[in-house]
Design a protein around this ligand. Structure first.
Ligand code: XMP
Length: 514
């Protein structure tokens, strides 16, 4: 299937944290999804030729001045539309219905009762079922021709549809786990409402991307930055499939990798993938570039920029490489600043790039979520030891050392980090944890060891569970495992006299400290 023929559903992001989740759920139903902003025009929608459109929820009230609206021309395109929460209210309002304030809103789990058999969306689900609600306003009058198909005590219209006008809406959130029949609702919209063929599979992702890469690269050459992480490995494998030996991989040892990671990368990629690999030892350059820098964004920019410069040097060893492959994922693209999302961090692979870059960038994973990347990797024949690796940030330990980055601090952190991961592995918890690592803050504290006063560094253990890194929960590691980590770190890592465990989820924290 060509890119243009690929079935796509647009998810209009009205500013809720749920838009990405909706996009993922759509893909789980085997339909490609793309997130767009509310300022999209009907002409832009036509150009994308989606089979359906989903309006996400959003934090605003439709009655507030400046609340995001949608180009009304989009309703006239004959493309099926599903509104969720704010999106459902917006459809009602813009199509002549009425949205009012309820006295108290409705938050969390509630019981919904079907009307009219639940229509297409809720067909085949129980007459009474739990749903997850989060709204203050409520639809009180529906547009002409639209039927109410479910209600709850505080939402007289919890679901509606009009098959003729191809308008569908749910006040509840079908994309969250707390709505048990939510995925069914989305699938009903896709299959029955949009007549989706639902043929978006790992094999079709690979075919589509390989075709795109071949079209972009032609008979030119590409270089791929290997970091040792999953993303760059899968990006390299995808490129390899597309352009064969016109790909040269470069592994830059920044000195900011985990313990022994450099050797592991060289060994793994030679052994498993048989790719042409150039190993550049650049740690001195990175430490020099980072000297005196303490501000997190400045560090990220410095590392990102030097990375590219080192690549440009390595380029002289490769004949005519015009492209630089980056393992950028869809969440990186969205988090680095979209129309309605604030920029949280300049991700190494996106915002950290200098403007005067001397390569064309190619990003074969740019439209994929992490779980999709892993599945694509396995499909491409990569071993589990690569595909199931924990994510590691582009700037490496540079963003896990608070304050100035020095070789000594990196050595300290590498040891502590290796202990944290080893103890989790021994405890059999490695696979249940999204990321686990150590952080070295820029403070020291007083302790006592063998009757002697110590004044040393603390190590902060960070371990989180997550589905996609957009949100994360601190991992409930058993106390005896934490104790083993703590005592080993203090006994084995010189200069460390205290260990703390970070119990912050995301939000409000981020996974990395910087
Ligand atoms: P945060 O700290 O923003 O991280 O919650 C979310 C996920 O992204 C990883 N991360 C990065 N990955 N380049 C990357 O390729 C980067 O610059 C970068 N910064 C953070 C982080 O490890 C987590 O998995």
């Amino acid at each position: 299937m060509t890119t243009s023929a690929r079935e796509t559903v647009l998810v209009v992001d009205f500013g809720a944290q749920y838009a990405q989740l909706i996009a993922r759920r759509v893909r789980e139903a085997h339909v490609f999804s793309e997130i767009v902003g509310p300022s999209i025009t009907s002409a832009e929608v036509v150009a994308k030729a989606p089979i359906g459109i989903i309006f996400s929820g959003g934090p605003a009230s439709v009655h507030v001045e400046g609340a995001p609206l949608i180009d009304p021309g989009i309703y006239d395109l004959g493309i099926p539309i599903l509104g969720i929460c704010y999106g459902a209210q917006l459809i009602s309002l813009q199509r002549g219905g009425e949205v009012g304030r309820t006295d108290r809103g409705e938050y969390g789990r509630t019981t919904m009762t079907l009307a009219d058999g639940g229509g297409i969306l809720l067909h085949g689900t129980p007459d009474e079922q739990p749903v997850w609600m989060s709204h203050f306003d409520a639809i009180v009058t529906l547009p002409d021709g639209v039927t109410c198909t479910a209600s709850t005590p505080d939402a007289p219209v919890a679901a509606f549809e009009d098959v003729e006008q191809k308008l569908y809406g749910v006040q509840f959130h079908p994309e969250v786990m707390h709505t048990p029949h939510g995925q069914h609702v989305l699938e009903q919209f896709l299959r029955e409402g949009c007549q989706a063929e639902a043929d978006w599979t790992m094999a079709s992702i690979i075919d589509t991307e390989v075709a795109k890469i071949r079209a972009q690269v032609g008979d030119r050459r590409a270089m791929c930055a290997l970091s040792g992480g999953v993303d760059s490995a899968v990006a390299a494998a995808m490129m390899h499939k597309a352009i064969g030996d016109r790909l040269t991989c470069v592994f830059v040892d920044t000195g900011l990798m985990r313990l022994n990671e450099g050797e592991q990368v060289v060994e793994t990629f030679d052994r498993h993938m048989g790719l042409e690999l150039i190993h550049v030892q650049a740690s001195d350059r990175f430490f020099a570039a980072l000297a005196g820098i303490t501000e997190p964004e400045a560090k990220r920019k410095a590392i990102g920029e030097l990375f590219i410069r080192v690549f440009e040097d390595a380029k002289t060893q490769v004949k005519n490489a015009d492209f630089l492959v980056q393992g950028t994922l869809y969440p990186d693209v969205i988090e680095s600043g979209s129309e309605h999302a604030a920029t949280i961090k300049s991700h190494h692979n996106v915002g950290g790039l200098p403007e005067d870059i001397d390569f064309e960038i190619i990003e074969p994973l740019r439209s994929l979520f992490k779980d999709e990347v892993r599945m694509v990797g396995s499909q491409l024949g990569l071993p589990d030891e690569i595909v199931q690796r924990q994510p590691f940030p582009g700037p490496g330990l540079g963003v896990r050392i608070i304050g100035e980055v020095t070789p000594d601090k990196v050595a300290t952190l590498q040891w502590a980090d290796a202990i944290v991961r080893e103890e989790l592995r021994v405890a059999g918890l490695e696979r249940t944890i999204w990321q686990s690592f150590a952080v070295l803050p820029d403070i020291r504290s007083v302790g006592v060891m063998g009757d002697e006063r110590t004044y040393g560094w603390p190590i902060i253990i960070r371990a989180v569970t997550s589905e996609d890194a957009m949100t994360a929960d601190w991992a409930r590691i058993p106390h005896d495992v934490l104790e083993a980590m703590s005592s080993r770190i203090i006994n084995e890592v010189s200069g460390v006299n205290r260990v703390a465990y970070d119990i912050t989820s995301k939000p409000p924290g981020t996974i990395e400290w910087e």
